[in-house]
Design a protein around this ligand. Sequence first.
Ligand SMILES: [Ca+2]
Length: 320
Amino acid sequence: MPVPIILDTDIDTDCDDVGALAMLHALANNGEAEILGVICDAPTVWGAPCIKAINRYYGRAETPVGTIQVDDYETNLRYELYRQHLELMGKGRVYEPYNRAIAQEFPDENKTGESEDGVALYRKLLAEQPDGSVVIAAIGFLTVLESLLDSAPDEHSSLGGTELVRTKVKLLVTMGGGSFPKGRDSFNWWMDKVATGAVLNNWPARLAVSEWGGTILTGARLCTETPETNPVRRAYAIYLFGESKSRCSWDQVAVFYAVRGARDYFTEIQGHRIHFSPDTGEHEWLPVENEDGHISLQQAASDETLAGVIEDLMTQPAAR
Ligand SMILES: [Ca+2]
């Protein structure tokens, strides 16, 4: 049975999100995954159109796409670190956001409409699925998931957000620097520590943390094995300032595990729960005696093995 999955991505400041979305489409083409929807969790107007361009390339224009709604992003102190990060990216080099370029170079000729509110889409997608079935791969910030937990009953479900997640979600895989037995992330969890604390400390279902991918390099084969019409190839070329270059695969690893599970690629440390401090951004894995634990993922296969299987999927032909 294909794994019913929702991808929650920042698809903004690094191209591994694009690689992960490409890989997920290939897994869907192989019958291993069913893409229920994609959520953009970074406050950029170009995230959703970029996602849609890639979905169209893979023949899935109908896949629902939702996006974060934060009205006070420009002024809210909570997002100060992310604003600073974007500012730094713009210094010292001519930074062109790949998501904007993909949206503009691969326009939606059929004008399939605005993307939906991310929380509303989460609620709709979860309500439609069987209990205990949905896997969420969160490869960006946890901001939308925090809002989902806080969400009120609506026309899709009479359950509040936490109960809806408890009922419908099988597993959340979050990509973050969640080193075992303790440590501190530097990006995904760090950029919105309030949301990270709310989600990691209160998630009412199974949860796994993946921090691997920094030494697993993929992407160079996109330019030799896929056509110029591939927006994924184009995004890598823009981000890496040229073709035939590779990039770390943090997000692909999280999605790969979310769909395929551990197999021989990973081992899972169980019997602990992660506790995250929104004040310091530091986390610690503490032992628990019941089954209510979180999974700390450990890489078991070599970098080369994982890069090979991931890049095979990233470069798999788009046609079904
Ligand atoms: Ca990401």
